[in-house]
Design a protein around this ligand. Structure first.
Ligand SMILES: Nc1ncnc2c1ncn2[C@@H]1O[C@H](COP(=O)(O)OP(=O)(O)OP(=O)(O)O)[C@@H](O)[C@H]1O
Length: 313
């Protein structure tokens, strides 16, 4: 389905762009058909940047992204538009995606004029209704309403429905439930699981360990732009191999606790900017001077870790 090969993103900062910030550093992973992959990381770890590169909303500094065998790294014009028929994004704040002065279903008509200008209105309406029903919404309840008349969960589901109107094969879901209340969260998560059953692939971006665990087949633990651990979700959560993943899981007495709410121990503040160091060197209680930048190692089938001492810490 989609494969990221050694993808990096370097942002230029400052007035003349003289400062560089490597937000994503040599990241490789793939998502298969009908697979939900959680990209889990604390704030600033590069999750959104990865999602935006997949959605081609920002350029890719190094590496390549392939979708169904096609290199989409530099797609433009008509080909990029065709890519958007298959790959769509839904983002954190459902309210900001709607203009409060227009009815909420305007997001559908905008899509029609952009992607289906020639489709007869009756067929389009049928498509919209089917799509709304597929995300558990009653069209009569949500159509012809202004955004303020709908809940965050309903608006978020409308955005998922919009993405599905385009025959999407891959949905990039970036923190889509972090602004929803607990009961609505489960509804939206269950809809993702339903869509997966119908063959949709999903990149589920979250900073919440428990949500990643709940929803995904594969989990990727991202730290300062690099993957530290990746694999089948049950393996990563039941047998965490990287000291960082272990620390995270041990630090969360209840799995629904957010990462921002606890302290990560800091061993020293030197070395973080040393390119040849493991990204986690400064914070790792097991680090030695030999801990260099580490590629992912296949520790067991379907389970990868970027720590050369993984079976010794
Ligand atoms: N347009 C930009 N220009 C410069 N730096 C950026 C830009 N966008 C993001 N960054 C920086 O890149 C790093 C990764 O940001 P990103 O938003 O991808 O992280 P994240 O894991 O999604 O964080 P959050 O969960 O807080 O959204 C951060 O240090 C951020 O400040």
């Amino acid at each position: 389905m989609i494969e990221l090969r050694n993808v990096s993103k370097v942002y230029s900062l400052g007035v003349f762009g003289a400062k560089k910030l490597t937000a994503v550093d040599d990241v490789s992973f793939s998502i298969n058909n009908g697979e939900i992959v959680s990209l889990i990381g604390e704030s600033g770890s590069g999750k959104t940047t990865i999602g935006r590169m997949i959605l081609r909303l920002i350029s890719i500094t190094n590496g390549e992204i392939h979708f169904n065998g096609q290199n989409i790294t530099n797609l433009k014009g008509k080909e990029l538009k065709e890519y958007y028929f298959k790959v769509q994004g839904v983002f954190q704040d459902p309210f900001s995606s709607f203009n409060p002065i227009f009815k909420a279903d305007r997001v559908f008509s905008l899509l029609k004029s952009e992607f289906f200008p020639k489709l007869p209105e009756s067929q389009w309406q049928e498509k919209v209704i089917n799509s709304l029903e597929s995300v558990g919404l009653n069209p009569r309840t949500v159509l012809n309403k202004f955004p303020h008349q709908l809940s965050g969960g309903q608006l978020q589901r409308m955005l998922i429905a919009r993405a599905l109107l385009l025959d999407s094969k891959l949905l990039v879901a970036d923190e889509i439930i972090s602004m929803l209340d607990a009961s609505t969260r489960i509804d939206v998560l269950n809809i993702l699981a339903e869509l997966k059953k119908r063959g949709l692939s999903i990149l589920f971006i979250t900073h919440d360990l428990s949500l990643g665990y709940y929803v995904s087949d594969k989990s990727i633990i991202l730290y300062r732009g690099s993957i530290l651990e990746m694999g089948k979700t049950e393996l990563v959560f039941s047998n965490p191999l990287h000291p960082y993943t272990r620390m995270l899981l041990e630090s969360v007495p209840r799995l629904d606790k957010k990462w921002e709410s606890f302290e990560i121990p800091e061993r020293s503040i030197t070395g973080f900017f040393e390119n040849n160091r493991c990204k986690y060197y400064d914070r790792c209680l097991h680090a030695t001077d030999e801990c260099k930048k580490q590629e992912l190692i296949e520790a067991e089938p379907n389970h990868y870790v970027a720590c050369w001492r993984w079976n010794n810490v």
